[in-house]
Design a protein. Sequence first.
Length: 285
Amino acid sequence: MSRVTLSAATIVLIVVSLFASTSTVISSEPSLTTIDAPNAAFTLITGLNNRGDTAGFSRAEGPGGPSHGFLLDGDDLTAIDFPASPQTEPYDVNDRGQIVGLYHAGPSNPRHGFLKDRNNFITIDFPGADNTQALGINDRGQIVGNYVKFDVVHGFMFENSNLTTIDFPGASRTDVYDINNRGQVVGLYEIAGTFHGFMLEDGAFATIDVPGATVTYVLSVNDRGQVCGGYVLSGVEHGFIRDENGITTLDGPGASATEATSINNRGDVAGYYITAGTFHGFVRR
């Protein structure tokens, strides 16, 4: 999204003409399709809308190298690069085709959020913040994300040119990642060094934790209230889906780590997994 940047001991989440894709089946569950950019050491799928369009970015040099965004609509690929920026990372796309993400000039430079609406890029910076990331957008054009000010991470909502801070009560850190068309907001918060997922609805926060996990974070919510994200158990990162049937773990084939970054109203899930140090994007339908 990045969607998640915790400590090194937890999680780091961090154009091409053709994408390589392969399909595999996880047990008897829906099919998982791997999506890799050619010659890329790093491909992330970070957004998935109800039309099946996917947004993401790739890097030829792995984490820290130049990143290029893309929107994949079936077999049609559109490059997404913020003007004059070597680093562009889209994180979400709504059903109107609006895209949000971040851009920056390099790892040590400030991050700026952006909205891409048709051919126009709009920068989103929280006033006085050192860094701003735009990570989720719904069909009403409400945008959520994170900003850093005085070394503290806060969530925010951007609506009708107004920026509002979102902080989990008593938390030392709040990250906001997505908002659905019902106005439900999801993310993570930190209290006493432990990370928990949450949902915010009608002004009330509810904690979401995977049982037994040392870290839980929620990256996406659809209009049915189904969520997806990641958790850490015994030092290993797994993706998960939570729906009316409970929590389902999602692991990529042969993966050392998996993260579920986006879920649409059909229950399709996008994300990434890591094998032998290589990041692969995926869509699970």
